[in-house]
Design a protein around this ligand. Structure first.
Ligand code: 6GU
Length: 273
């Protein structure tokens, strides 16, 4: 998988050369190329921003350096080149929310190009130009504002690259983790079995694998109901077993006539978890 990042702060992406992703880069599984947008400026001050037409606070990124960057990074992008089609990702608080499903989809792509905006964002024509020569996704981390796209690229690349075959040693951990099946993962314990008066739940020491699996699923359901009722409402009832349904019913969730889970108005208040 090839990853290009265009930014005015290339040093910000240094963490991608550490840990698991760093190993994948070292091993050649991920071809990471970080570019300084100012390479494509032509004026003495290497200007990348300017005031918005129509007035208003802050600065926007001028289109010319981005156009030159796309020309060099994306290339002509026609059938005459051997390159696979690139997908351009622009992190922005105005984008579609980034999810595990989006991470899984991006992990199937051979080539992602990230364009990091700073200031109040990009001139709209940069986005129009990108959309005209590649498929474009504007992606948001969530409902809050950070100062630039770089931190979002760190998040997105961490989420995407770890799904890439060979990046994570233990593929089983991908199946059981939070969000893999629409539920939050429950709590976990390791040794020692007693620590400062806190015991590990007996069931986990029982050696009864079926009972442990059931208990863990109950924990995941309880936690998801307490912390993320929006996720419970999106579960597909057909994929729930009898015990799932009975536990959810205890927590006030029933399958309504429309076939979706909803919480009874008179259900007891969710318990903190
Ligand atoms: Cl992707 N960028 C910025 N600047 N702020 C954000 C964001 C992205 N996602 C949430 N807030």
């Amino acid at each position: 998988m090839r990853l290009d990042v265009i930014t005015i702060f290339p040093d910000y992406l240094a963490p991608l050369r550490l840990s698991l992703i760093g190993r994948a880069v070292q091993d050649g599984l991920v071809d990471l190329r970080v570019h300084d947008l100012r390479m494509w400026t032509t004026d003495r001050h290497r200007t990348v921003d300017d005031t918005p037409y129509g007035g208003g606070p802050g600065m926007l990124m001028r289109p010319e350096p981005w156009g030159a960057a796309f020309d060099d990074v994306l290339g002509p992008g026609d059938a005459g080149t051997a390159d696979p089609p690139a997908r351009v990702v622009v992190p922005t608080p105005g984008g579609r929310p980034f999810t595990q499903a989006m991470a899984a989809e991006l992990a199937t792509e051979p080539w992602l190009v990230f364009a990091c905006a700073r200031y109040e964002g990009l001139d709209q024509r940069v986005l129009d130009e990108a959309a005209g020569r590649a498929s474009l996704d504007e992606v948001s981390l969530g409902d809050y504002v950070v100062n630039g796209g770089e931190v979002a690229v760190l998040v997105i690349v961490e989420a995407v690259a770890r799904l890439f075959p060979g990046v994570i040693g233990n593929a089983g951990s991908l199946v059981e983790e939070s969000h893999a099946d629409g539920l939050l993962e429950g709590p976990g314990w390791t040794k020692p079995s007693m620590w400062r008066g806190h015991a590990v739940p007996d069931v986990l020491l029982s050696g009864d694998h079926a009972r442990i699996a059931r208990w863990r699923r109950d924990q995941a359901l309880r936690r998801t109901a307490a912390r993320r009722p929006d996720l419970v409402a999106r579960l597909e009832p057909d994929r729930l077993d009898r015990q799932d349904r009975s536990l959810l019913a205890e927590l006030g969730w029933v399958v309504d006539p429309g076939g979706t889970l909803s919480r009874l108005a008179d259900a007891p208040p969710p318990v903190a978890d």
